[in-house]
Design a protein around this ligand. Structure first.
Ligand code: SAH
Length: 349
């Protein structure tokens, strides 16, 4: 059964028309879900009993079941949810000076197999529906409601490759961005991709105000082939062509993510190559401290080494920042909470 959270604002109006109702019904349902944040169809009290019955026969509000919640000393909160089919997913709430941000999961598992990443330890089981992504945001927002607080930012950087689940991700973002939905500003929303070139092209043409982040992690094909298998399908030349296309279509600054892996991509030559690759692009590099993943065997650099790389890159004229670590004391690495639970389940406790 489809969830009511699967419909964005326009689709909700279409759904109302398909049932022979006025378009306005769709608007009302949308308001109930996102303004009043009801948890059952019966609470939609300005709809007639008949209308509610039809809704109940055709749709549900598939809830996420909370399986675990961990709060770090810096306020970072990790939520482990079970979906209706029992799949486990993770969402993370992070606190910044500028507000509160949620990191949303877009797939159960991931097929991109990046060498350093915990998410790919389990292959993709399926795409998340739009409703399942909306529900992550709503759940965390309801938690914040109790403190009279609100989510101001969204990053689609949890488990999964958002551009391998393009349509659902775009639908989901349209719902949470809509001013009758959660009203989270498009410029406060970031989608991160490992470099699915055809989807970067498609995204470029949509001219949304969402921010785009590209997981680069290596400045040459030889190294990127080793770290990110997607590079075999879309090598750096292709990726950079798509990046230039994005820049020509959108007057927006791009982010390049670059995890500093000790002895792997942190040398002087990499700084030079990176500067050459990004020359002339309105972009900045986000240097990411590596959260080590037991199974992967990579090490991150310490803060001093990160500063050396940062200074060298700035000297080359590339704007960059070092990402602040969040929730280091609660298995901060992306996807680690889920992996921990899967391991536990395998052991049978
Ligand atoms: N598939 C998308 C989004 C999910 S990953 C992408 O690749 O962009 C979000 C970011 O976290 C990516 O830049 C990813 O490379 C990075 N990441 C993955 N594992 C990490 C780890 N153990 N420590 C730090 N960053 C990691």
């Amino acid at each position: 059964m489809k969830s009511l959270y699967d419909f964005n604002y326009d689709q909700m109006s279409e759904m109302a028309l398909e049932h022979g109702w006025k378009k306005f019904r769709g608007h009302q349902i949308f308001q109930w879900l996102y303004r009043k944040r009801v948890t059952s169809i019966d609470e939609m009290s300005d709809l007639s009993k008949d209308t509610r019955e039809v809704l109940k026969q055709n749709y549900d509000l598939k809830p996420l079941t909370l399986r675990d919640k961990q709060v770090s000393s810096d306020g970072t909160t990790k939520y482990l949810f079970a979906l209706e089919d029992g799949s486990l997913i993770e969402s993370v709430l992070m606190q910044f000076d500028y507000g509160k941000s949620i990191c949303v999961t877009s797939q159960v598992g991931c097929n991109m197999s990046c060498a350093f990443c915990a998410s790919g330890l389990t292959k993709k089981k399926r795409n998340l529906t739009s409703g399942e992504m909306v529900s992550q945001v709503l759940y965390v927002q309801k938690d914040l409601d109790e403190k009279n607080d609100r989510l101001s930012h969204i990053v689609v950087m949890g488990t999964g490759e958002p551009f391998d689940n393009y349509e659902n991700v775009m639908n989901f973002l349209s719902t949470v961005n809509h001013d009758r939905g959660l009203g989270i500003g498009a410029r406060h929303i970031t989608i991160s991709t490992c470099g699915v070139v055809p989807k970067i092209m498609e995204f470029s043409k949509e001219h949304t105000q969402y921010n785009l982040a590209i997981s680069l992690h290596a400045p040459n094909n030889e190294l990127r082939d080793k770290l990110m298998p997607i590079n075999h399908a879309y090598p750096l030349e292709e990726l950079m062509k798509a990046v230039h296309y994005y820049a020509s279509e959108n007057n927006r600054r791009l982010t390049f993510e670059y995890i500093l892996l000790k002895g792997v991509n942190d040398k002087k030559e990499h700084v030079k190559q990176l500067a050459k690759l990004l020359k002339g692009i309105n972009a900045y590099v986000n240097l990411i401290p590596y959260n080590s993943v037991d199974e992967k065997g990579f090490k991150g650099v310490d803060h001093e080494q990160a500063m050396v790389f940062y200074d060298a890159l700035m000297k080359e004229g590339v704007r960059c920042t070092i990402r602040k670590e969040h929730g280091a004391d609660i298995d901060a690495a992306c996807g680690q909470l889920r992996v921990k639970h899967l391991r536990k389940e395998r052991k049978g406790n």
